[in-house]
Design a protein around this ligand. Structure first.
Ligand code: NDP
Length: 421
């Protein structure tokens, strides 16, 4: 049917690419590109050695910080869709290149600058903090600003098709379509009950993960943001197939788009589970300056502490064989249907070892990589179409929900859920 160009070959991309290759009726051709082409070549060899996919796979070297390099690559590969699974730092350069070439764009995380000390970015950021009331480094304004340009060019950008954001956002559209006339509250609960046996490791890119987790929390209530200190709000929750876990309120990017796209929603919160040992390690690293994102001088050269830390920590892609246990990610909705109050929970449970057996990755990469493939498929097949920039909850959720069941992330609707107080 069509050709996808995937930028990035890290933990998430490795799953998304293998799923694209499984789905060879849709993805005739897959080009994998990143700065380290040897990693892309290794994945190509792995898929070809399995001999199960009819997708033609090619690889290329690209530095996605350079719009010119990206344009040259897109012009030579001629993809139908570009799937951006590099880092949030590259979102805008890749969106610019897609625009220049008239090619659809899909990603899994919203824009965040690599250098948060850049004065030009900082001025806009500080104005936004004051106007909006949340201090996260990432927000949708940068990518939503491409709306008119994408619309005029007649191409589609789909933002945030991972699990959260992504599946949680599609769950919300599905709940609104089939279960509610009005959604009042949304609690997004992200539980990783997996154990990798290391004292400390992150399940996806450490730099992005630690930045997110060490930042202030926030939630949306009655039309505005309420900000909290990092890890200030803690709850316990008994997760189906995982058990009782501590979870903490975080700021998370889908709150921003759901507040805009779920009409009349009164409160949206996001909770993620963390063990005490993880939090103690993180606090210690933060206290000694290892989470700093600005360069410091070390033995006559500049290093960025969090990047140095990344080099020391286990590669998230290497956690697959050693991680056991399950994830349980989903959303609890309250609201009304036909004048009656109701509450439901929609969630998925995913087993780390099952993921490893299928694609050689742990469940965090799996639960992000599968929806990245599905979002790209929605664009490639024309099941989701429109000119402009869209978050996933703006489209018909039904074909995406069906695809989740088919491609490895089956979901459950619980009409009598345990609530979070
Ligand atoms: P990794 O760090 O494992 O992989 C990142 C990849 O991007 C690497 O292959 C790297 O390759 C490539 N890359 C980085 N910089 C550049 C560049 N300048 N040019 C070209 N390629 C580049 O990250 P993950 O796989 O863990 O995460 C990928 C994305 O998924 C991130 O944006 C993350 O925020 C998002 N994510 C979303 C989730 C969701 O549920 N929505 C959950 C988890 C992650 P190389 O160094 O060779 O260039």
């Amino acid at each position: 049917m069509g050709k996808v160009l995937v930028i990035g070959c890290g933990g998430v991309a490795q799953v998304a690419i293998q799923k694209c290759a499984q789905n060879d009726a849709v993805f005739d051709e897959i080009c994998i590109a990143s700065r380290t082409v040897s990693k892309c070549d290794d994945l190509k060899k792995k898929i070809e050695a399995q001999g199960k996919s009819r997708s033609k796979i090619t690889t290329a070297k690209v530095n996605a910080d350079s719009v010119d390099e990206l344009i040259a690559l897109i012009k030579s590969v001629k993809p139908d869709v570009v799937l951006n699974l590099a880092l949030p730092y590259q979102d805008l350069t890749i969106m610019d290149a897609c625009l220049a070439c008239g090619v659809h764009y899909v990603d899994s995380a919203n824009y965040e600058p690599e250098d948060t000390e850049d004065p030009k970015w900082r001025a806009i950021y500080e104005k936004r903090c004051k106007e909006q009331g949340f201090t996260a480094y990432f927000d949708y304004s940068w990518q939503w600003a491409y709306q008119k340009k994408y619309k005029d060019a007649g191409i589609t950008a789909i933002l945030g098709t991972g699990f959260d954001p992504g599946v949680t956002s599609v769950f919300s559209a599905y709940a609104l379509k089939h279960y509610f006339d009005q959604i009042d509250t949304i609690d997004i609960l992200d539980c990783n009950g997996g154990d990798h046996g290391y004292p400390f490791a992150t399940n996806f890119n450490p730099e992005i993960n630690l930045r997110e987790v060490s930042a202030n929390g926030s939630y949306w209530e009655n039309g505005h943001w309420v900000e909290t200190k990092p890890m200030e709000i803690k709850r316990e929750y008994n997760f189906e197939q995982v058990g009782m876990k501590d979870m903490y309120l975080l700021h998370h990017e889908e709150i921003e788009s759901l507040a805009k796209n779920i009409p009349g929603v009164k409160r949206i919160r996001f909770f993620m589970t963390f063990g005490q040992s993880y939090l103690t390690h993180m606090k210690c690293l933060e206290n000694v300056g290892m989470l700093r994102t600005d360069p410091v001088m070390f033995e006559g050269r500049e290093i960025v502490p969090i990047q140095f830390l990344k080099a020391l920590l286990p590669d998230p892609a290497s956690l697959g064989p050693r991680t056991v246990g399950k994830t349980n990610i989903g959303c609890i909705y309250t609201g009304t249907k036909d004048g009656q109050k109701r509450a439901i929970k929609i969630y998925n449970v995913c087993d780390h070892q099952e993921c490893y057996k299928e694609v050689g990755s742990q469940a965090i990469s799996y639960t992000t990589g599968v929806p990245a493939m599905i979002g790209t498929m929605m664009v490639m097949t024309g099941q989701w179409k429109g000119a402009g920039v869209f978050n996933v909850e703006e489209f018909d959720p039904d074909p995406y929900m069906e695809a989740l069941n088919k491609w490895g992330l089956p979901w459950v609707v619980d009409e009598n859920p345990v609530m979070v107080d």
